[in-house]
Design a protein. Structure first.
Length: 434
């Protein structure tokens, strides 16, 4: 399933995150969750911010409630669906509701039915333009993999978002409707300018290292962000609530994460004004740390100014990949000893600790008999979890909110605590250069 593949891909986040963070910043609006991975996602990314291929409309037939939309400054939502497939029917219902409520603001919705079942399909009301992909060629052209898929054309006629996750559809509609055509047309250039500016900033920082060692910046007092500032920050979308009724996209609320006060290796990190990336591990589950720890070190070295990476040894009581830990393997005293042995085995650049009561996992996971593995958590500087994996009530489908890379990018960008600390440090750096 698509969401399960997102979680699997998170296992390699610590391997590729350095490069992914850089490339993700060139994507338009990374807070809009895209589906797909691997070569297909790479092809979809190349299609974005290019003019929508107008000839693709000619691949459709049996138009109802209107003709193929022209690029006339409107926002177009394309929803692929099949009336006989329950999940796709729910996607169509979402698209129809948006057509009914947002048409006055400039939204056009085109629902493209699967090649099979068109004659018997309900045709809905006139708010949605319908078309039949009789030969499946339209889906091939847009690399549609499974209905429902959602694609967006912005006011300038660009294919803005390709294969948007259901939970981001409404956010994408609101964002594009609020944008003017000239702003949409200039987005690609602005992204290129921003990339160039980031490159210049990195070069400036590299040059500055000869004068100021950024790793030697002392811990400086800075004003705590107000509750209003934290609430107003544009945090990434949280995971969907798996207990919500079918068809609803209710999001979970952020949850507090209490990190231990003691038992840190090689030392307790300074957390104030920094985001945290946690991963759970156990010494008897090699897949929970093999390869991950080394790359966690790399990530800590690269982004350590704003991010603390922590491996949390957890006495998980649930079967993981068909492997059940014994009572002896979950014994807190023995785990503490193993943590100390691991910490002494080599030099660590990221941080290790132990959660003997399994409090972090228990506070976040709704299905205690199922562990989505690997288990990563992104925590903002106010100690609130902003991304974590959950599972459905049936224990089968992994439900992720926003892509983890986009979520981490967004947290580092908008976290008021990180911003406040950085502002004070910037002033300190300026004083050192005088």
């Amino acid at each position: 399933m698509k969401n399960r593949s997102i979680l699997r891909s998170l296992a390699v986040v610590l391997v590729v995150l350095g490069g992914s963070l850089a490339s993700a910043q060139h994507q338009a609006d990374p807070s809009i969750v895209r589906e797909g991975e691997g070569p297909r996602r790479g092809q979809l990314n190349k299609m974005e911010l290019a003019p929508f291929p107008a000839d693709a409309w000619s691949l459709l037939s049996d138009w109802k409630h209107g003709a193929a939309p022209a690029a006339d400054g409107k926002v177009v939502l394309i929803c692929t669906y099949a009336d006989w497939y329950p999940s796709a029917k729910r996607g169509f219902a979402l698209a129809q509701r948006l057509a009914q409520t947002k048409a006055k603001d400039g939204l056009i919705v085109v629902a493209v039915h699967h090649k099979d079942g068109w004659d018997a399909a309900a045709k809905g009301d006139s708010s949605v333009i319908l078309a039949h992909d009789a030969q499946g060629k339209f889906r091939e052209r847009l690399l549609v993999d499974q209905d429902p898929d959602f694609y967006f054309i912005d006011r300038s006629g660009q294919l803005r978002y390709a294969d948007v996750a259901t939970e981001s559809v409404e956010q994408a509609v609101d964002l594009l409707l609020a944008e003017k055509a000239d702003a949409a047309a200039g987005l690609k250039g602005r992204l290129a300018d921003e990339a160039q500016a980031r490159d210049l900033e990195l070069r400036r920082i590299d040059a500055m290292r000869d004068q100021v060692d950024l790793t030697s910046i002392p811990e400086l007092p800075f004003p705590e962000p107000s509750p209003e500032a934290i609430k107003a920050a544009k945090w990434p979308p949280l995971p969907r609530d798996p207990s919500a009724q079918q068809g609803q996209a209710t999001l979970l609320e952020p949850k507090p994460v209490a990190l231990p006060d003691t038992n840190w290796f090689p030392r307790k990190p300074e957390l104030k004004g920094r985001a945290v990336l946690l991963y759970l591990w156990h010494p008897d589950l090699p897949g929970s740390f093999h390869g991950i720890m080394h790359n966690a070190d790399l990530l800590q070295r690269q982004y350590g100014r704003d991010l603390v990476v922590v491996g949390v040894l957890s006495p998980l009581s649930t079967s993981i990949n068909n492997q059940q830990l014994t009572e002896d393997q979950r014994d807190p005293v023995k785990l503490q000893k193993k943590l100390e042995e691991v910490a002494k085995s080599r030099k660590f650049d990221h941080f290790l600790t132990i959660d003997p009561g399994n409090a972090i996992f228990d506070a976040l996971q709704n299905q205690q008999n199922v562990i989505p593995w690997p288990f990563f958590v992104i925590v903002s500087s106010d100690k609130m979890a902003r991304w974590w994996p959950v599972v459905s009530q049936g224990g089968q489908t992994v439900v992720a909110g926003v892509d983890p890379i986009a979520a981490l990018l967004q947290v580092l960008k908008v976290d008021p605590g990180v911003q406040a600390r950085r502002a004070v440090e910037a002033e300190w750096i300026r004083t050192q250069q005088k």
